[in-house]
Ligand binder design. Sequence first.
Ligand SMILES: Nc1ncnc2c1ncn2[C@@H]1O[C@H](COP(=O)(O)OP(=O)(O)OP(=O)(O)O)[C@@H](O)[C@H]1O
Ligand SMILES: [Mg+2]
Length: 265
Amino acid sequence: MANSDIIFQTINLRKEFGALVAVDNVNLQVRANTLHAIIGPNGAGKTTFFNLLSGNIEPTSGQVIFKGRDITHQPVHKTIHFGIGRSFQITNIFPNLTVLENIRLAAQAMGRDNLKFWQSASAFKQYEQRAWQVAEKVGLKDRVYHLARTLPHGDQRKLELGMILAPDPEVLLLDEPTAGMASEQVPELIALIQEIQRAGNKTVLLVEHNMNVVMTVSDTITVMHQGRVLAEGTPAEIKANPEVQTAYLGGLYELESPTPQTYDK
Ligand SMILES: Nc1ncnc2c1ncn2[C@@H]1O[C@H](COP(=O)(O)OP(=O)(O)OP(=O)(O)O)[C@@H](O)[C@H]1O
Ligand SMILES: [Mg+2]
């Protein structure tokens, strides 16, 4: 694998919370233009790992490299400008603003010329246009004037995805984007994420508990367990890994049963 293919890399990345080691010297490489899932049981350190990548928290030690550049100590408002977009496990929208306003503000807040925003009518128009474009992309064009809080949960998740997409990031860190969704809504959102990743040549890092989803859409899967990387590989390799089966997948996922191929891969 050529080094230039690696968009994200961590070197011995570690985060301690007091005596607890939430992320334990993780060495991870993420190839550009792939969908890379991170799975693992509750408390494995997945969200903490994302927080380290996006600059929401500082590591105890180790490094985060993005496109060859050390961004270890860059705060989140900087990493957004580098092209790293992220979602949170909990829905993160402005409930009393409309869909369009939410997306427009996300584009504005993360836009390069955000300080000039209020001074320039043309910048406003540009963000407004971008918001329309994104609303259409995530399937919310018919709801642009609805207040976010009135949307069904599934549409709120689409809105959240739209807000991450608004500044056109190169990498999307999606922490359980389908959390709380009715199971019949999950395929649509996942198909949308896959579409965005492929059509937009983006890199998606995905934390997801739904094993059918993970096994069908991922190029690469990293399994975390107690802060460490337990295994990494293609879906087929992960399914076949006895350590993973014992530590994590056993009981949660019927490894031998044929799974419906809802998403093409
Ligand atoms: N700010 C914090 N202070 C102290 N401990 C924390 C903090 N954030 C996370 N932890 C702990 O670090 C460990 C890893 O948590 P983390 O949220 O990263 O796990 P996760 O893999 O995302 O779990 P889940 O699947 O439940 O979302 C857990 O034991 C958690 O309690
Ligand atoms: Mg989490």
